[in-house]
Design a protein around this ligand. Structure first.
Ligand SMILES: *Cc1c(COP(=O)(O)O)cnc(C)c1O
Length: 466
């Protein structure tokens, strides 16, 4: 990064060519909007949102080259040129032999889970992700969390909170037998842990363990470019390496991946499944025609594949990652300096607010993070997302809320979308809500969908008791 630039800040390596006007609302309008949305920020209309930090998924600003790529898209049903361009780029940066495009990440997770999991299997992973775990369960598997303990503690400043605890993994394998563990699901920059990376050292140790036991390593590659950036920054042996070469080294130590291209890859839609094994790929292509589409488009338009190929070229650029992660840190440091309890270290895609510390008077089954996200919206029209007891759902065996250790509100930064001044507004919003935190009450759930309830659940405020 510094070799090519003379400035020292994280300033953006692009300029703005087109803008999208935002709709400003009053507090009274926002109070009505959040009530109508059942206190679930997923159910707000985007026209009622000023700064949208719901997710970094599919919300990136595409570059002029990506938009130009849309015109170049080859919409042939079979054998699209855009597919072959994407395949070449994925092979170059990720290195896997076979590529199957899918409509988004969960399409890839569905196919992979159906192919590799048999009923009664156990799938260890470095913390769950909502859709990933659900597809494992729907295929008859059981997810087992084998991330290091530090990941569940927002105050630990461990530099690699995404690491796998090999002792936990070995305990599972000893207990159920390696035959019932088809693969470990390894996520880069673990989303639910606060965007925390694994280290190359940890991956190398995992690789030798898994080779010995005959267990595959399947990467959730969604934010692995951002993970590579952290490895370069924090692991001495990688200080002089490029993000590209680190990404490739990660992939070379794994057997395949699922990818939501809506994150790292700077596109608004898309995903893929990759693997090296010929026979597995044959079976994946066969499932794809049932659920996604022919194996050379997998639920995507040719133009989407074209935008993805160009997006990947831009995503591995050092100056892109420096600005991306620099902006997240700018917001995170501002909040930390104001005394707001946030998850540390600051991750790559979001700043996570620790709702248990922010609202210690709200008990977890009254959904403090959900309540806090609603308050941020009412305060300033900033839309955040709950990542706590609502997202974690119910244990399929006991039917109880899972009550995860982490009860977080995620302020997620879309890539290349908002400015530093927007970040200042967000920080002001959080600080204002912090000052009146004692008046904030919890919520009760009034409607609960069967799957991935956080998307569509509805809530009401608990009766005010003061
Ligand atoms: C978003 C995401 C997914 C699912 O991808 P979609 O494109 O939303 O279907 C899977 N894993 C992780 C880590 C994600 O962040």
């Amino acid at each position: 990064m510094t070799a090519k630039t003379s400035h020292r800040t994280w300033a953006e390596p692009y300029k703005i060519k087109m803008v999208e006007l935002l709709h400003m609302t009053t507090r009274v309008e926002r109070e009505k909007a959040i009530r109508d949305a059942g206190y679930n920020t997923f159910l707000l209309r985007s026209r009622d949102v000023y700064i949208d930090l719901l997710t970094d998924s599919g919300t990136s600003a595409m570059s002029d080259r990506q938009w130009a790529g849309l015109m170049r898209g080859d919409e042939a049903y079979a054998g699209s040129e855009s597919f072959y361009r994407l395949e070449e780029v994925v092979r170059q940066y990720y290195g896997y032999r076979h590529l199957l495009p899918t409509h988004q990440g969960r399409g890839a997770e569905h196919i992979m889970s159906q192919l590799l999991i048999k009923p009664g299997d156990f799938i260890p992973g470095n913390m769950y992700f909502t859709t990933t775990r659900l597809h494992q369960e729907l295929a008859g598997g059981k997810f087992v969390d084998v991330i290091i303990d530090e990941a569940h503690d927002t105050q630990s400043s461990h530099p690699f909170k995404g690491n796998v605890d090999l002792a936990k993994l070995d305990e599972l394998v000893q207990e159920v037998g390696a035959d019932c563990v088809p693969y470990i699901s390894l996520e880069g920059n673990v989303n639910m842990a606060g965007g925390q990376p694994f280290s190359m050292e940890n991956l190398k140790a995992l690789h030798s363990y898994c080779r010995e036991k005959g267990i595959l390593i399947m990467l959730d590659a969604t934010r692995t470019i951002e993970n590579a950036f952290f490895i370069r920054e924090r692991e001495a042996a990688y200080a002089g390496k490029s993000v590209k070469s680190i990404l490739r080294e990660i992939c070379d130590l794994t057997d395949g991946c699922t990818m939501s291209a809506k994150k790292d890859a700077l596109t608004n839609i898309g995903g893929f499944f990759c693997c090296n094994d010929d026979e597995l790929f044959q079976r994946a292509k066969n499932l794809a025609v049932i659920y996604e589409g022919l194996h050379t488009y997998g639920g995507l338009a040719g133009r989407d594949m074209e935008a993805m190929a160009q997006g990947l070229h831009e995503a591995v650029m050092e100056e892109h990652q420096a600005a991306r992660i620099g902006q997240v840190r700018y917001l995170g440091n501002k909040l930390a300096d104001a005394g707001i309890p946030i998850g540390l270290p600051i991750g790559s895609h979001a700043v996570f607010i620790d709702a248990k510390r922010f609202l210690p008077h709200v008990e977890q089954d009254s959904y403090p993070a959900q309540a806090l996200a609603a308050e941020f919206y009412v305060e300033s029209g900033v839309r955040a997302m709950e990542r706590g007891n609502v997202s974690a759902g119910r244990d399929p065996e006991t039917g109880n809320n899972r009550r995860p250790a982490l009860e977080l509100v995620r302020l997620t930064l879309p890539r290349r979308v908002y400015t530093q001044a927007h970040m200042d507004v967000v920080a002001e919003c959080v600080v204002n809500v912090f000052q009146r935190r004692k008046q904030i009450q919890g919520l009760k759930m009034t409607f609960e969908p069967e799957y991935l309830r956080f998307f569509q659940a509805r809530f009401e405020p608990l009766a005010k008791n003061n």
